[in-house]
Design a protein around this ligand. Structure first.
Ligand SMILES: Nc1nc2c(ncn2[C@@H]2O[C@H](COP(=O)(O)OP(=O)(O)OP(=O)(O)O)[C@@H](O)[C@H]2O)c(=O)[nH]1
Length: 239
C-alpha cells in the first residue's frame, strides 16, 4: 500500500511556479501528501502533454551526465542520440510502471464457486534495482485460492499487473509485496501466494561479479499462511 505524507503548508512547496515539468509534478505530489519513491506510481499527478516535456527534461539531464563522463556527445556519432534513447527507455519502457495508469482489469464473478488452488506462472518479469538502476530479470509464480465471492480475472491480466508493478526501480522484497497487494485488491481471495526468483545484474555486471546467485522471495497470505497442505500443493506446481 502506498504511504501518504502530511500535506506541507503552501510556503513549503518549493516547486510551485517552476518552469521544469518534474518540479510541477513534484509540487502536486507534495500538495496531495503522496509518496513518490522510485517504486511508486505517479500517473495520477501527470497532466496531458507533460510526458513529452518530462522526456525532454530527462534527455537534457542525461546529456549533461554524458558530458560529465567526458564523452564527446557533439562529435561521437555513437553517442549523439544516446540521451534521447536513454530518456525514452526510462520513461516509456523500463520504468513505465511509474508513469502509466494501472492496466484495465476485467473482473468476472466466480459463478462456479471455484474454491480450489489455481496457479499461474512462471511469468517472466523485468525490473531494475533502485540502488544502481541495473536490470533484475526473473520469474514469478502466483497461487490463488478464491472463494464464492472472489472476482476472477483474465489469465493475461496476471502478466499485465506483474509488468506494471515490475517496470519500476525497486528492491525485490518490496516488489513482491506490491504485487500481492494489487492482486488481492482485484481478486479478494481466501489466500494468495507469490514467489519471485530473479537474477540481479548489479551483482553480475559490477560489484562482486557473482554470476550464479539468484534471489527468491515468498509472500503467503490468508489460507496459504495458515494451511500447510495448500502451501505444499502450491510449491509442487512450481517448475
Ligand atoms: N535486499 C536487496 N538488495 C538488493 C536488491 N537489488 C540490489 N541489491 C543490493 O543492494 C546493495 C546496494 O547497497 P550498497 O552497499 O550501498 O552498494 P554498493 O557499495 O555499490 O554495493 P556492492 O554491490 O557490494 O558493490 C547491493 O548489495 C546490491 O546487491 C534487492 O532487490 N534486494
Amino acid at each position: 500500500m502506498l504511504a501518504t505524507l502530511p500535506t506541507p503548508p503552501i510556503e513549503n512547496r518549493p516547486f510551485m511556479g517552476s518552469s521544469r515539468v518534474s518540479d510541477r509534478i513534484r509540487s502536486r505530489l507534495l500538495a496531495a501528501g503522496h509518496r513518490y519513491h522510485a517504486n511508486d506510481n505517479i500517473a495520477a499527478f501527470i497532466e496531458n502533454g507533460e510526458m513529452h516535456a518530462l522526456h525532454a527534461e530527462v534527455e537534457s539531464c542525461v546529456r549533461e551526465m554524458l558530458k560529465a563522463l567526458v564523452i564527446d556527445v557533439e562529435n561521437d556519432h555513437n553517442t549523439a542520440d544516446t540521451a534521447k534513447r536513454v530518456a525514452k527507455m526510462f520513461i516509456r519502457e523500463v520504468f513505465q510502471g511509474r508513469y502509466e495508469h494501472a492496466p484495465s482489469i476485467t473482473a468476472f464473478p466466480n459463478i462456479s464457486q471455484l474454491n480450489e488452488l489455481m496457479v499461474v506462472g512462471p511469468i517472466t518479469v523485468r525490473s531494475a534495482c533502485s540502488h544502481h538502476l541495473c536490470p533484475i530479470m526473473g520469474k514469478v509464480w502466483i497461487g490463488v485460492r478464491p472463494n464464492a465471492s472472489s472476482d476472477l480475472i483474465g489469465l493475461s491480466k496476471y502478466a499485465r499487473i506483474c509488468e506494471w508493478i515490475m517496470s519500476r526501480p525497486q528492491i525485490q522484497e518490496e516488489a513482491v509485496m506490491m504485487l500481492a497487494d494489487e492482486l488481492e485488491q482485484h481478486i479478494k481471495p481466501d489466500g494468495l501466494a507469490v514467489v519471485m526468483e530473479a537474477s540481479h545484474f548489479c551483482m553480475h555486471w559490477r560489484g562482486i561479479k557473482d554470476d550464479g546467485a539468484l534471489m527468491k522471495n515468498v509472500v503467503m497470505r490468508g489460507a496459504f499462511k495458515d494451511d500447510k497442505a495448500l502451501r505444499d500443493e502450491f510449491y509442487r506446481h512450481l517448475i
